[in-house]
Design a protein around this ligand. Structure first.
Ligand code: ATP
Ligand code: MG
Length: 419
């Protein structure tokens, strides 16, 4: 393992694979992919590049960049082909891959081939990255599959990117470990083991520095049980999304002083009914005495809020009215939403594991600055999207928009930031 002083001498390398990420923390999924791709490409080295400030402020929404850099360095140390770059750690402001790759190109010999490794989820966001077309012309992308993300979609995304932006993108086989940093953080927070999911050195670092130890106002065994139940009932993808919503909601609860426990439980359970097939959703509504209106009957997915709240109450013993309402109205919104309802509603739109996350960056910042304006913006863009798909916008959404102050400029904004 070497740091940038040594990396300055990249001129000896003919094939170099870069892997960018938040690495909060780096885990065995990253390492297994990096090693498989290095071997497959016959690369001289893999350079991990922990991002600088991907969200808001260091240490607030992601661990401080130095923690992330150091964990990545510890993980890379045992592998003679693995290196870590401080390029984005040391660059002030948001880090853009296009700038990083340009810097690496300058430091490499002219005939060196540079590859950039991305998982399926990151590749889906690539079109929203800064100067994506130019970036695609600067290096070859290597995409790997990732549990929870469909391979068909990956191939479609690649075809789409090639058509609109050009570039070289190939898919490589690599071990598909169903592990994510989001899940590691949840496990660390709830006292579940993370051993064998991250290198031992990284585990020790997390414990020593007390990373991922926020107080969510929920007993640790309770988080563990809820997590296990969700893991069983949700698809990989929905589970990963749910954890992203829970983390985001917890941060917003801290920012606005909302009840931590209610926020966390509502976030974890908000999509519990989402994956129930449409016909079954309507049957369950009837069985539980819920009364979806005509629009919901025609678009049964809209019932997953009310049905989710009922399941949270019946099967998970959730009693908190505010939390139940937050689950119930997270799909449509409603006039006079409580703080907790707004937090769940907006977290659903801005959580970092959602496809299109890059495009939501302006909205994310707005959510932390002015939650009403963020809810308004999100309602507006959701309505535009619903109408564009030829579906009926639910009147509750329209009323919700009026009640949070209507018009907003944000819906039109397409984010430039990435990661
Ligand atoms: P988080 O859950 O915080 O988003 P993450 O596990 O997705 O973390 P990142 O740092 O966001 O990790 O990802 C860096 C890169 O590694 C991305 O290109 C991502 O797609 C890829 N990646 C992460 N985990 C895996 C995995 N298990 N398999 C394949 N690729 C992965
Ligand atoms: Mg990620």
């Amino acid at each position: 393992m070497a740091q940038d002083q040594d990396l300055l001498d990249l001129r000896g390398c003919k094939r170099i694979a870069l892997m960018g990420g938040t690495f909060d923390p780096i885990h065995n999924g990253h390492l297994a992919v990096a090693e498989a791709v290095r071997y497959g490409l016959k690369a001289d080295r893999v350079v991990f590049i922990p991002s600088g400030a991907p969200l808001y402020k260091d240490g607030v929404c992601v661990s401080h960049r130095e923690h992330r850099y150091l964990m990545t360095a510890l993980a890379a140390e045992p592998n003679p082909f693995f290196f870590v770059s401080r390029s984005e750690t040391d660059r002030p402001g948001p880090s853009y891959t296009v700038d990083t790759v340009a810097e690496f190109k300058e430091r490499c010999r002219k005939d060196a081939k540079i590859f950039f490794i991305t998982g399926a989820d990151a590749l889906a966001q690539l079109p929203a990255w800064k100067d994506a077309g130019r970036l695609l012309g600067m290096c070859a992308f290597v995409a790997v599959a990732r549990p929870g993300y469909s391979k068909d979609d990956l191939h479609k995304q690649i075809a789409g990117i090639k058509e609109t932006l050009g570039g070289r993108i190939t898919v490589r086989e690599a071990p598909e470990l169903a592990v994510s940093s989001t899940e590691i953080r949840l496990r660390a927070r709830s006292g579940q083991p993370i051993r064998y999911l991250v290198p031992d050195e990284v585990e020790r670092y997390i414990v020593k520095h007390g990373l991922y130890r926020e107080n969510w106002g929920v007993e640790l065994p309770e988080i563990g049980e809820l997590d296990a139940a969700l893991r069983k009932s949700l698809s990989d993808r929905r589970y990963i999304h749910t954890l992203g919503v829970a983390e985001t909601a917890a941060k917003l609860a801290e920012r606005y002083g909302a009840d931590r426990r209610g926020t966390f439980l509502a976030a974890m359970l908000h999509d519990i009914a989402k994956e129930i097939p449409a016909a079954e959703k309507l049957r369950l509504c009837e069985r539980y005495g819920l009364k979806p209106d005509e629009i919901m009957k025609r678009q049964p997915d809209l019932t997953h809020g009310m049905l989710g709240a009922e399941i949270a109450r019946r099967k998970f013993g959730l009693k908190d009215k505010d939390a139940l309402n937050a689950i119930c109205y997270h799909t449509t919104g409603r006039p006079g939403m409580s703080l907790l309802e707004k937090i769940i509603f907006i977290s659903d739109a801005i959580e970092p594991n959602r496809p299109g996350y890059g495009g939501a960056s302006g909205l994310r910042e707005l959510a932390f600055a002015d939650i009403d304006r963020a809810v308004a913006a999100s309602l507006e863009s959701a309505m535009a999207y619903t109408s564009a798909k030829g579906k009926t916008v639910h009147p509750l959404g329209k009323k919700a928009l009026e009640s949070v102050g209507g018009e907003s400029q944000m819906a039109a904004q397409s984010g430039k930031a990435e990661k």
